[in-house]
Design a protein around this ligand. Structure first.
Ligand SMILES: NC(=O)c1ccc[n+]([C@@H]2O[C@H](COP(=O)([O-])OP(=O)(O)OC[C@H]3O[C@@H](n4cnc5c(N)ncnc54)[C@H](O)[C@@H]3O)[C@@H](O)[C@H]2O)c1
Length: 263
């Protein structure tokens, strides 16, 4: 199957770490032109340097900020002259029971996951409408499809991404723009050679601390495919939905989660 992604102008938010990093590098391997838009500029530059000479640029972006995401889109147009693909990947949570969760954590989850989707999607739509083509692939979560204990607000924001993507798929189909969603299952971050997670990664903080190796092994046993996900499991689904091979697919949600959910 030909994905025809060579030369496509792709913006990946959250591309400095874990899943977003895997997605950015997978597009680069297909010879797409990539802009990594992440709050962690240093780590994003490191990913760009891993892309084997492919065209990968970095823009420091806070997806929760309207101004910052407008600058992100403007930079992509300046670099590439167009935007063919947006991957909304920046997002995250800290797992905690609803009754025990401080309000600041809810606000952060809503700001990054929910407002991040709105800001970034709106920012790329002007060039996409003008081109009369484009594909937006957003990372939701199985938590957004079936709910998850200790992830109440996160689940709500991720369900919002699914609903907003369907609504935008309806509004934008006639303009040649498609919206689809990929839902990873548990895909833990990995430490780099220096023993660090990225500073902006949820795995570097309380979220990571909650999941020692023994617990990850236990969780893996509850998955039909008996292992947890990796960024390399998620990226092919994102690339497919972004590509012309998926030109008749819009408004859809695909779980890439080892069978954890079967919706
Ligand atoms: N990893 C999982 O188990 C899992 C499961 C289901 C869904 N997801 C979703 O997949 C996506 C990626 O997950 P991950 O594990 O790679 O996350 P991660 O925390 O490792 O990486 C998130 C990236 O987003 C960046 N970021 C954080 N806040 C930002 C902001 N305000 N603006 C711009 N960039 C910001 C971080 O610097 C980091 O590079 C998220 O949307 C997450 O909700 C992950």
């Amino acid at each position: 199957m030909e994905l025809n992604l060579a030369g496509k102008a792709v913006v990946v938010t959250g591309g400095a770490n874990n899943i977003g990093r895997g997605i950015a590098l997978a597009f680069a391997a297909e010879k797409a032109r990539v802009l990594i838009a992440d709050i962690d500029e240093e780590r994003a530059e490191r990913v760009a340097s891993e892309a084997g000479g492919a065209e990968v640029a970095v823009q420091r972006t806070d997806v929760s900020s309207w101004e910052s995401t407008q600058s992100m889109a403007a930079r992509a147009v300046e670099l590439f002259g167009r935007i063919d693909v947006l991957v909304n990947c920046a997002g995250g949570t800290i797992d905690r029971l609803f009754l025990e969760k401080p309000r600041e954590e809810w606000e952060r989850e809503v700001a990054i996951n929910f407002w991040g989707f709105i800001n970034c999607s709106r920012a790329v739509l002007d060039p996409m409408v003008e081109q009369r083509s484009g594909a937006v692939v957003s990372l939701s979560s199985d938590a957004g499809r079936m709910g998850e204990w200790r992830e109440t607000v996160y689940s709500g924001t991720k369900a919002g991404i699914i609903a907003m993507s369907k609504s935008l798929a309806r509004e934008m189909g006639s303009k040649g723009i498609r919206f689809n969603v990929v839902c990873p299952g548990f895909t833990p971050g990995k430490r780099d050679a220096g023993g660090d997670f990225g500073e902006g990664s949820m795995w570097s903080g309380k979220q990571g601390e909650q999941f020692p190796e023994e617990l990850l092994e236990k969780i893996a046993k509850s998955y039909p495919l008996r292992r947890l996900g990796t960024p390399e499991d998620i990226a092919p689904a994102v690339l497919f939905l972004a590509s012309e091979a998926a030109s008749y697919i819009t408004g859809q949600t695909l779980s890439v989660s080892g069978g954890y959910t079967m919706m």
